[in-house]
Design a protein around this ligand. Structure first.
Ligand SMILES: Nc1ncnc2c1ncn2[C@@H]1O[C@H](COP(=O)(O)OP(=O)(O)OP(=O)(O)O)[C@@H](O)[C@H]1O
Length: 331
């Protein structure tokens, strides 16, 4: 990709060492296994996949909250500084995290106004009075009222609490938000409101987003591009409309088949067979082959490369080549 990217991850690997009991033999889990991706300014990349596919680990690596075992992250052209160094802290004002559980993200003993103002105080933005004015603006920007500044987290609904978390995340006018399952804990009716809020903020403030979700329906409403992860790797990446109109990878096809598309006939739902992905027991060859209805012998032994299929579209599947893409799309 030639246009400048706000954040770029190159060949990221993150390995965790696990030990069963004190004397157990250590085993290694490759939570992220060679991922390259990027997010252009003011755009949203959706990162989707089942539980355990490495999405949250990817989010932490992008923000520099964890160091990769291999590979690198660059933010606005600069190598990600080590966690908690002064340089990292100043970059942190430009990239923020919104995660699933607003109650865990907020301190129940501190008023929401004070919590929204916290990043402004940490980064010494303006005088105290200016910061109070800014908190008022932020409350309104996320659809809350100024007088709610004095409330405490438990006095608000789940959706309102997530709005507080978002207000705090955008307080320092970041260029990037990493949203990790930001609506998964909310009722479906509230989910749509929070997604609309994020879209609105993105449009008005030009924020880029890495939007992590297991739910393709949610991603559809917000992402410009979508990366589909399976067992620590990206198996397909394309413009959102291409992913939904003509998914190439059999795993993406299965995920997309479960999402109703307004105005089109419901596709035949592809039910995924077999065990859900387990990074501690990665199958040989293509990691998806035990659950793939198209798998051939080669898929059992040879790991497919993540390659460009056509302009702006990449996939990792032996059966998807530019010549075969149209056939597989129709199957
Ligand atoms: N700090 C950690 N220590 C050990 N293993 C970890 C750690 N963080 C993640 N893992 C393991 O890495 C794998 C990927 O986890 P990750 O949370 O990134 O996936 P995910 O796609 O976000 O799934 P979920 O939605 O369930 O969080 C899992 O097998 C998980 O158990």
């Amino acid at each position: 990709m030639s246009e400048p990217q706000l954040i770029e991850a190159n060949d990221l690997v993150k390995t965790y060492t696990m030990r069963r009991g004190v004397f157990g033999k250590p085993s290694h889990v490759r939570a992220v296994d060679g991922v390259s991706l990027s997010v252009a300014p003011k755009t949203t990349l959706g990162i989707v996949g089942e539980s355990g596919s490495g999405k949250s680990t990817m989010g932490r690596l992008l923000l520099g909250l964890e160091a990769p075992t291999e590979g690198s992250v660059r933010f606005d052209g600069e190598a990600m500084p080590a966690l908690r160094t002064p340089r990292w802290r100043s970059l942190r004002a430009r990239m923020q995290l919104v995660f699933q559980d607003p109650l865990a993200a907020l301190d129940r003993r501190i008023s929401i106004g004070a919590q929204i103002g916290e990043p402004l105080a940490i980064h010494a933005v303006g005088s105290e009075e200016e910061r109070r004015g800014r908190v008022d603006e932020l409350l309104v920007a996320v659809g809350l009222r100024r007088d709610q500044a004095e409330r405490y987290p438990h006095e608000l609904s789940g959706g309102q609490r997530q709005r507080v978390v978002i207000a705090r995340a955008i307080a320092t006018s970041p260029e990037l938000l990493v949203c990790d399952e930001p609506v998964s804990a909310l009722d479906v009716s509230i989910q749509a409101q929070v997604i609309n809020l994020l879209r609105d903020l993105q449009e008005k403030r030009g924020i880029a987003m890495a939007f992590i979700s297991h739910d393709l329906k949610v991603v559809r409403n917000i992402a410009d591009r979508v990366a589909v992860m399976y067992l620590g790797r990206i198996v397909e990446e394309a413009a959102s409309e291409d992913i939904f109109r003509s998914p190439l990878h059999p795993y993406t096809q299965a995920l997309v088949s479960s999402v109703p598309v307004p105005g089109t006939a419901l596709r035949d739902r592809i039910i995924l067979q077999g065990e859900p992905p387990n990074p501690a027991a990665r199958p040989a060859g293509c990691a998806f082959h035990p659950r793939c209805g198209h798998a051939v012998e080669r898929c059992r032994v040879e790991t497919p490369e993540f390659v460009t299929i056509e302009a702006g579209r990449k996939a990792a599947c032996h059966l998807v080549t530019s010549a075969s893409a149209s056939t597989l799309m129709e199957s």
